[in-house]
Write a protein that binds this ligand. Structure first.
Ligand code: GYE
Length: 337
């Protein structure tokens, strides 16, 4: 468990501070008849338990870093646990947060199903829960307070709309698409796929010849692409990859098979981390839909509101853009992830 402000010291600091406060109260009460003691100067405003799902991508690493930095700047004491891509580790982390009596729990669920029991335990303990990045699937809507994360459906939709524009500009009559998806049963996988399908479904040129699970990992992106190239070779016109990591794994495979990514095959990715943007500028990727990992400030503000007993918005989507070979990208700011 990573803990950014000494947890053990909090209790002993608290008991010393309580003793001090009591003494000060008695003295000041005796002298001036005053009944209010001073506040403990270094007390954290909030103790937040956050279960991160893993470190599979530049997106995820940027997201963890942003949450750590924002906890620091908002004066929030953060208990951070990394689940290394395992749901059972996330469930165990949430149970530890409950046992520790944190003020607020936040987590990025690796998949959508299977959270009801542990979230019921948090609810019974009276601890509010924030979903970060990904959603859960449950009948019981009041297990969590809100979701702070991207609109994955729109991301998929924008990716599909770009492909239609690109096919128009190249005058393509038929487009064979291979899709490399993210982690099965995760929100971004489900929603990006749904949005993309909806964007292309009424265009008779568009055909998804295969959809394959790349688990959001670079190594899997390479493996999937190798498999697809073996099967379909030059029949592949477009690759829709659910994240930059898998795209960056797939590109060398395409080159090794003797094709020029970005020219012989249209390459579409999601996240828009720095490395993918650099490759987009080189012309090997045609389009990257932005998905921002910078969710830390909104998370801290929302957690502080919940601690104060205030209402919060149920759904908070950050604003996101699309970067492609349709634009002049020479003056782009560094991405920060
Ligand atoms: O696109 C991918 C990461 O849930 C939005 O997870 C996130 C996705 C992101 O591993 O790179």
């Amino acid at each position: 468990m990573k803990f950014t402000k000494g947890n053990k010291s909090i209790r002993s600091k608290r008991s010393r501070a309580v003793l001090l406060t009591v003494c000060l109260l008695v003295i000041s009460g005796l002298i001036a008849g005053c009944s209010k003691g001073p506040e403990e100067p270094n007390a954290p405003k909030l103790l937040l338990g956050f279960s991160q799902l893993g470190s599979e991508s530049a997106w995820r690493i940027g997201n963890t870093r942003d949450i750590e930095e924002k906890a620091e700047s908002y004066g929030v004491s953060l208990m951070l646990e990394n689940a290394n891509q395992k749901q059972e580790n996330q469930i165990a982390a949430i149970r530890r947060f409950i046992a520790y009596k944190v003020d607020v729990i936040a987590f990025s669920p690796i998949v959508e199903e299977g959270w009801d029991n542990v979230l019921m335990e948090a609810k019974e303990a009276g601890i509010p829960v924030i979903l970060v990045d990904r959603d859960i699937s449950t009948e019981n809507k009041d297990l969590t307070k809100c979701l702070i994360g991207a609109d994955f459906y729109s991301e998929g939709l924008h990716a599909g709309e770009y492909l239609i524009r690109k096919a128009d500009s190249l005058g393509l009559e038929h487009v064979n698409i291979v899709e490399i998806t993210g982690t099965e049963d995760s929100t971004p996988m489900r929603q990006r796929q749904a949005g993309f399908m909806d964007a292309i479904k009424d265009d008779p040129r568009m055909e998804i010849i295969e959809s394959i699970n790349g688990d959001f990992l670079k190594s899997r992106g390479a493996e999937c692409m190798r498999e697809l190239l073996d099967k379909y070779g030059q029949d592949i016109d477009a690759v829709f990859s659910h994240n930059d990591e898998m795209t960056l794994g797939a590109l060398p495979e395409i080159e090794e098979a003797g094709f020029e990514p970005g020219k012989d095959m249209i390459i579409i990715s999601i996240d828009a981390g720095q490395e993918a943007i650099d490759v987009l500028k080189e012309g090997k990727i045609n389009c990257v839909v932005e998905c921002t990992p910078m969710l830390g400030s909104t998370l801290m503000e929302t957690a502080l509101k919940l601690k104060a007993g205030e209402e919060v918005d149920e759904l908070i989507h950050p604003k996101e853009k699309l970067f492609s070979d349709e634009q002049d990208l020479s003056a782009m700011e560094p991405r920060g992830y």
